[in-house]
Design a protein around this ligand. Structure first.
Ligand SMILES: Nc1nc2c(ncn2[C@@H]2O[C@H](COP(=O)(O)OP(=O)(O)OP(=O)(O)O)[C@@H](O)[C@H]2O)c(=O)[nH]1
Ligand SMILES: [Mg+2]
Length: 205
């Protein structure tokens, strides 16, 4: 019998850095040029394979706008992975990364794995944060670093998959929350609607 593990990921960062676009790109959707700001929280899911295991990633797309911070926080607990996203053309969004990281450390689980994501590499001519600045921050805080473009799709898969190495180790040590479920899903399962997902979250199945 085949099994898969469920893992919650949260995606955080300032408004406009491209969190929703990164998730849409990972789910194979077309790039959205306009900024449709996330209201409250959004959701997508995808099956992936790594370390001879199948994982169902439950990806929580938080709102960068401050007004929604308390809603976002309530999703931090139980997350195995966190994508800390900034926009390489927006220095302020990079300077705020520490604040997002501290919030997750405060409200989330102790063994959450972080990946620092510098997004919008297709806008190289407008770059305001160097690769080294991102890499240094990630090194200092012992997290993976990756630069992406949700527009071109560059490194988007890696942003979600690379932390699975760390998470997998923590699953083996029973340090992260996961559920081992019988596989009756297609590997390329379509993302579900937000309502369905919220139901799923409520029943914790
Ligand atoms: N050029 C370029 N634009 C991007 C990229 N990713 C996102 N954008 C644009 O940046 C804007 C904001 O993207 P969103 O994904 O909605 O940003 P967000 O972080 O989800 O914002 P909130 O939901 O308000 O927190 C949109 O106009 C996107 O088209 C990218 O990689 N390259
Ligand atoms: Mg959004």
């Amino acid at each position: 019998m085949d099994f898969y593990y469920t893992l919650n990921y949260i995606v955080v960062g300032d408004t406009g850095v491209g969190k929703s676009c990164i998730i849409l790109s990972f789910l194979g959707e077309t790039f959205r040029a306009e900024h449709t700001t996330t209201i409250g929280i959004d959701f997508g899911s995808k099956m992936v394979s790594a370390h001879s295991k199948k994982f169902k990633l439950l990806i929580w797309d938080t709102a960068g706008q401050e007004a929604f911070n308390s809603i976002s926080r309530s999703y931090y607990r139980g997350a195995a992975g966190a994508l800390l996203v900034y926009d390489i053309t927006n220095k302020e969004s990079f300077l705020h990364i520490k604040k997002w990281m501290d919030e997750i450390k405060h409200y989330g689980d102790a063994h959450i794995s972080f990946v620092l994501v510098g997004n919008k590499t297709d806008l190289e001519e407008k770059r305001a944060v160097t690769y080294e600045e991102g890499a240094d921050f990630a090194k200092e805080h012992e997290m993976i670093f990756i630069e992406t473009s949700a527009k071109s799709g560059q490194n988007i898969n890696d942003a979600f998959i690379k932390i699975l190495d760390k998470i997998n180790e923590k699953i083996d040590k029973k340090l992260v929350q996961t559920k081992r479920l019988q596989d009756n899903h297609r590997i390329d399962e379509e993302p579900k609607s937000k309502t369905e997902i919220l139901k799923e979250k409520a029943c914790a199945c």
